[in-house]
Design a binder for this molecule. Structure first.
Ligand SMILES: *Cc1c(COP(=O)(O)O)cnc(C)c1O
Ligand code: SF4
Length: 461
C-alpha cells in the first residue's frame, strides 16, 4: 500500500517547465539562397538552382572539379587530402551542387555531408579482415541478375546501376556507378531483356507480393520507365505492394519540384495502385538533419498533397548521425516534412569506409534513446543486415555479442533457419585487448568459434 499512498496524496496539476528551445530546433530549416555562399554559384538564380537539369549538369564527378567549385573556401591541404581519398575510393564520385552548398567548407573535416560523399586520404582506415565486397550476399540470392529473392514474400529489383549522387557508404558498391580503379563492377545497366527475365521470375512465384525497386536509384529511371515498371508489376495478380527506392529527395529535391514528367509518372502508378487496392510508396534515404531544407519541405509537400507516402531508411555512420541529439533531430525533422522514419541500418561491411562504421552497441544505445522522443510510427527500427544473406535483424536481437572482440552472432529463422550470422564492430573502436586479438590472424577463427559456442549454449539454455 505504501507505494500507492504516494499517488493518493493531494497534488497540484502537473506543471511542466517551459520547453527547452533545443526541442524545437527541428522546425528551423535552412532557407533562402544559401547556395550563393559557394563562389561558383554566387550568381545562380533560384529558378536555375531549382531546375533538376541544372543540378544534374553541374554535378561534380572528380576531385579537380570539386577544387574548382569551392576554391578559397577550404585550405589547399584539404583538397590534396580529398584527391588522395578519391584515388583510393572504391565508389564513383558524384555530388550535386545542392549537396555541395550544404557543406560547411570552413569545417570540412567534421561536416556530416562532406564525410558521407567526399573521402579524405588521412581519415581512411584499413578494412575489417572479415569484409567481402557483396557483404550482403545479394548476388548469391539472385535468381536472375539484378533481382534478389531472399525473403519469402518480397524481392529486391535493381533495374539500373546509376544514381543522382554516389555515396561513400553504398552497400551496392559491387554494382553501382562506373568502374573505379579499385573495383570491377557487376554489370546492372538498364537492359529491357534483363528486366523481362526479372518480370517472368516475379510472375512465376506466387508467394511474391512485395517488390522493392532500387538500383542504382529510381530517380535515374526515365518517366516512361517508372511507369512501365510500375504498371507491369501492378498488372501481376500476386503483387500487392511496391516501393520505389531513391536517395533523390535527400540529395536533389529539385527534381520533385521541376521534373513534372517524372513525378506525374510516379503519381499515375500510385493512383492506379490505389484504385486496385495495391500500395505504391516511395522509400528514401536521409541520414542527417542538415539534409532537410526549405527546398526539401516544398518537395515533400508536393508528394504529400499527391498522397504519396514516403518512408526513410538511414545508414548509421560515425560522426554523421551516431549522436543521440543528431538522430533525434533527424527523426523530428523528417516527421515535420511527413517522411516516416522506417529503418536505421547498422553500417554494412563495405570496402573503404571503415571510418564510417560504428559498433553494434552504438546502435542499441541510440535505439534506446530515440524510443519515446516522438510518435511511435515515426520511430525507426535499428537493424543489422546480417552479412552472408541472413537479412535484416533487430540490432538488439543478437544471440551473443562480445564487446571486446566486436563479434556479434545472429540467427534468422524466417530467412535461413539453422544458420548463424556474424557482424563485426570496427576494430579501431574496440578496447585494446580486442584490437590485439584482431592483429593476430591466428586469433580470428578462435574469436569466431568462441562467439558461436556461446551463442549455441545460450540458445539451448
Ligand atoms: C531490405 C530488403 C527487402 C525489404 O525488406 P523490408 O524489411 O520489408 O523493408 C527485400 N529484399 C531484400 C534483398 C532486402 O535487402
Ligand atoms: S544513392 Fe543509394 S544506391 Fe546510389 S550510391 Fe547512394 S546508397 Fe548507393
Amino acid at each position: 500500500m505504501s507505494s500507492l499512498s504516494v499517488i493518493s496524496e493531494p497534488t497540484l496539476p502537473a506543471q511542466k517547465p517551459p520547453v527547452d528551445p533545443k526541442t524545437l530546433a527541428h522546425r528551423e530549416l535552412l532557407g533562402g539562397d544559401f547556395w550563393r555562399r559557394i563562389p561558383s554559384y554566387a550568381s545562380v538564380s533560384e529558378a536555375e538552382f531549382l531546375d533538376h537539369h541544372w543540378q544534374a549538369k553541374h554535378s561534380i564527378t572528380n576531385a579537380r572539379k570539386l577544387l574548382d567549385s569551392i576554391k578559397g573556401l577550404a585550405p589547399d591541404s584539404f583538397f590534396q587530402d580529398a584527391e588522395a581519398g578519391f584515388a583510393r575510393a572504391p565508389m564513383s564520385v558524384r555530388v550535386s551542387p545542392y549537396l555541395l552548398s550544404l557543406i560547411d567548407w570552413a569545417e570540412p573535416y567534421s561536416d556530416p555531408l562532406r564525410i558521407q560523399f567526399i573521402p579524405v586520404g588521412t581519415k581512411l582506415l584499413p578494412d575489417h579482415p572479415k569484409l567481402g565486397l557483396d557483404s550482403l550476399g545479394e548476388q548469391a540470392d539472385a535468381p536472375v541478375a539484378g533481382l534478389t529473392h531472399r525473403y519469402v514474400d518480397k524481392a529486391l529489383f535493381l533495374p539500373l546501376n546509376t544514381c543522382p549522387v554516389y555515396c561513400r557508404f553504398c552497400t551496392r558498391s559491387y554494382a553501382v556507378g562506373i568502374d573505379t580503379e579499385e573495383v570491377e563492377k557487376v554489370q546492372l545497366k538498364v537492359n529491357e531483356e534483363r528486366w523481362k527475365k526479372a518480370y517472368r521470375y516475379i510472375e512465376s512465384r506466387p508467394e511474391l507480393e512485395d517488390i522493392v525497386i532500387s538500383g542504382g536509384d529510381a530517380y535515374n529511371l526515365r518517366a516512361e520507365q517508372i511507369e512501365s515498371i510500375g504498371m507491369t508489376l501492378l498488372d501481376m495478380p500476386n503483387i500487392r505492394r511496391m516501393r520505389f527506392a531513391t536517395k533523390g529527395p535527400a540529395v536533389m529535391p529539385q527534381k520533385i519540384l521541376t521534373d513534372h514528367a517524372w513525378l506525374d509518372a510516379l503519381t499515375r502508378v500510385v493512383e492506379r495502385g490505389r484504385k486496385m487496392h495495391k500500395e505504391v510508396v516511395l522509400h528514401t534515404h536521409f541520414n542527417h538533419p542538415a539534409e532537410v531544407t526549405e527546398i526539401t519541405r516544398s518537395a515533400m509537400d508536393v508528394l504529400f498533397e499527391r498522397g504519396i507516402v514516403v518512408r526513410n531508411q538511414s545508414v548509421l555512420q560515425r560522426r554523421v548521425n551516431d549522436a543521440p541529439e543528431v538522430m533525434t533531430l533527424l527523426l523530428r525533422r523528417l516527421a515535420l516534412v511527413n517522411v516516416h522514419p522506417y529503418y536505421v541500418y547498422v553500417h554494412d561491411l563495405v570496402q573503404g569506409v571503415e571510418d564510417l562504421r560504428t559498433t553494434l552497441h552504438t546502435a542499441i544505445a541510440l535505439e534506446k534513446h530515440v524510443r519515446g522522443a516522438t510518435a511511435g510510427f515515426n520511430t525507426p527500427t535499428f537493424v543489422v543486415d546480417a552479412p552472408g544473406g541472413g537479412g535484416k535483424r533487430d540490432a538488439h536481437s543478437f544471440e551473443h555479442y562480445d564487446r571486446d572482440t566486436g563479434v556479434s552472432v545472429f540467427t534468422s529463422p524466417a530467412v535461413k533457419a539453422d544458420r548463424y550470422f556474424f557482424y563485426f564492430d570496427p576494430i579501431d573502436e574496440l578496447p585494446a585487448e580486442g584490437q590485439a586479438r584482431w592483429a593476430n590472424p591466428a586469433e580470428h577463427p578462435r574469436m569466431l568459434d568462441e562467439a558461436l559456442d556461446k551463442a549455441r549454449r545460450l540458445e539451448r539454455a
